[in-house]
Design a protein. Structure first.
Length: 203
């Protein structure tokens, strides 16, 4: 594995090394996944979509709440799709969880489909992020909620994704009531940018 191969793994975990990244993410991103799901106002019948589900930790957690709803997931990594399918096997068999290979840049869903669309540690890989956000806007129902969780760090890798920048991206993509919420653990700085599609949106 070359250095550049290692650098691309978080953005598209692949093969054996990708599976190992999955184990690391399960530990390192655990808090991010649980915290984000806790913010989402999921109810029993929510229909939602996760973008970049990785090993499917948040999907499994959300499925425990939306017991009569549906949770869709899109990830462009075959390795992560297989890991998340394994973790969510029972909910997939019952039809409550539907996982697909796909890209946020061209979401394969109808307009106005979801109550909630969320994404955790994934926006860093969207080039340009506005294209991914435009698709999220399109597939959300009017008044639906978008939630984007990311690391709140100052180093070079994350400087482009500070809370105010992602907040402005959501606003310029048409979302309203946009706010950012900070994670609770100062040793693991994360935030979630949340917004809504306007009630009278015509897409
Ligand atoms: C750093 S991992 C985070 C995984 C998980 N959300 C977490 O927080 O543990 C990023 C995930 O997003 C996926 N991903 C990156 N860019 C994507 C895109 N444009 N469309 C769909 N999935 C994408 C990757 O394959 C990977 O599974």
């Amino acid at each position: 594995m070359t250095q550049s191969g290692l650098r691309t793994q978080p953005g598209k975990p692949t093969g054996i090394i990708g599976r190992m990244f999955g184990y690391v993410m399960d530990i390192y991103n655990r808090e991010d996944n649980y915290w984000t799901v806790s913010l989402l106002d999921i109810d029993e019948t929510s229909k939602m979509l996760e973008i970049g589900f990785g090993t499917g930790l948040a999907i499994a957690n959300a499925a425990k709440i939306a017991t009569h709803g549906q949770i869709y997931g899109i990830d462009h990594s075959q390795t992560m799709l297989e890991a998340a399918q394994k973790r969510n096997r029972k909910a997939i068999e019952s039809g409550r969880v539907i996982l697909r290979l796909g890209n946020v840049m061209a979401l394969p869903f109808e307009d106005n489909s979801f109550d909630i669309v969320y994404s955790i540690n994934c926006i860093y890989f969207w080039e340009p992020p506005t294209q991914g956000l435009a698709h999220i806007y399109r597939v959300l129902k009017p008044e639906g909620t978008v939630a984007i969780t990311a690391r709140n760090k100052d180093d070079e890798l994350y400087a482009r994704w500070k809370p105010n920048i992602v907040r402005d991206l959501l606003q310029s993509s048409g979302f309203v009531n946009v706010r950012t919420l900070n994670g609770l653990n100062p040793k693991h700085p994360i935030y979630c940018a949340v917004g809504n599609k306007p009630m009278n949106s015509m897409n």
